[in-house]
Write a protein that binds this ligand. Structure first.
Ligand SMILES: Nc1nc2c(c(=O)[nH]1)N[C@H]1C(S)=C(S)[C@@H](COP(=O)(O)O)O[C@H]1N2
Ligand SMILES: [Mo]
Length: 303
């Protein structure tokens, strides 16, 4: 389902013009393959915002995927070990049709579209990413959400022999995340299967990962193998590790600082020596679309 967003960024915000045209070629090259749908619906609407470009290199070489190590380049070096085919996602809990959904079956049911979103890590760096994927709501509807469901929890693959970082107890593996059901069903919330028109590289969470653009990056859990609909707020890895620093909600908010650093501004990835800082936007720029989800909630308390 294609939606148009006022806040959507244009392709020029993502990358240089040269790479943009290169990307068009990449997309054209996919015609006829299963991924041709990626060229189908695009939800770009220029807003005229001048954001620094991010390239394929920026997005795929500077990553957080602690199962492969805590260094920013560890995922790009070690995630190739991860076997992503065959892949299936167990969907269970309060759903009508629980079971193992194979990645191929999911792809055959979903319409892949492009969404250009801002991405803001809790560590105060940001980028702009052209994702390919589908709305999480469409997948949840495929499984059929039962009336009593209030939350959705997610789990990443945990396969120690392919994930060298899991020997360190940095987090309580498997990596777990969660959303309130209304956040999960919001049309901005997507399951990404690609970037720049290509299948998701392993380091970015192949074959499918969550993208919640108004929340800090750690909510966007990678390489998902399990989705559970529940009636209670699920445990989440970063919150379990340090509840004071990483709240369940973790909406991007320039007015609520991390206990150890300011969240008022962010370092824009890419640009090398010319890397710059910019002001962080409320809900990462998606306030108009999502602020209503939190009406009456104290955002400093429910951080
Ligand atoms: N399974 C898993 N998912 C994860 C992480 C992780 O360590 N493991 N890191 C999170 C963090 S902190 C961020 S900022 C984003 C980074 O996504 P990217 O590397 O594709 O930019 O992934 C999130 N999802
Ligand atoms: Mo992050």
């Amino acid at each position: 389902m294609a939606h148009r967003w006022k806040n959507n960024l244009s392709a020029d915000d993502v990358t240089s013009e040269a790479l943009f045209w290169n990307r068009r070629k990449i997309l054209a090259g996919l015609a006829g393959s299963g991924l041709a749908a990626a060229t189908g619906q695009s939800v770009q609407a220029a807003e005229g915002e001048a954001l620094t470009s991010n390239t394929w290199e920026d997005v795929t070489s500077y990553c957080n995927f602690y199962e492969f190590g805590t260094g920013k380049s560890d995922p790009s070096l070690f995630a190739r070990k991860m076997t992503t085919s065959p892949w299936s996602v167990e969907i269970d809990g309060l759903v009508e049709r629980p079971g193992a959904y194979s990645f191929d079956d999911i792809m055959s049911e979903m319409t892949i579209e492009e969404r250009i979103y801002r991405f803001r890590c809790v560590e105060a760096w940001s980028m702009v990413v052209p994702w390919n994927g589908f709305e999480l709501a469409d997948l949840l509807n495929l499984a059929g959400v039962q009336d009593g469901a209030k939350y959705v929890s997610f789990e990443t693959l945990y396969r120690p022999n392919e994930m060298p970082g899991t020997v360190y107890p940095v987090l309580d593996w498997p990596y777990r995340e969660g959303l309130r059901l209304d956040e999960a069903m919001h049309p901005l919330t997507m399951m990404a299967t690609g970037i720049f028109g290509k299948p998701l590289p392993n380091q970015n969470g192949a074959p499918l990962r969550l993208v919640v653009p108004w929340k800090y990056g750690f909510k966007s859990i990678k390489s998902i193998v399990k989705i559970t609909l529940t009636d209670t707020q699920p445990e989440t890895s970063w919150n379990m590790a340090n509840a004071r620093e990483y709240g369940f909600y973790s909406n991007v908010n320039p007015n609520v600082d991390h206990p150890r650093w300011s969240q008022a501004s962010e370092r824009v990835l890419g640009g090398g020596l010319f890397a710059k800082r910019q002001d962080t936007l409320m809900f990462n720029g998606y306030e108009e679309e999502v602020a209503h989800l939190y009406d009456g909630m104290d955002l400093a308390k429910f951080n």
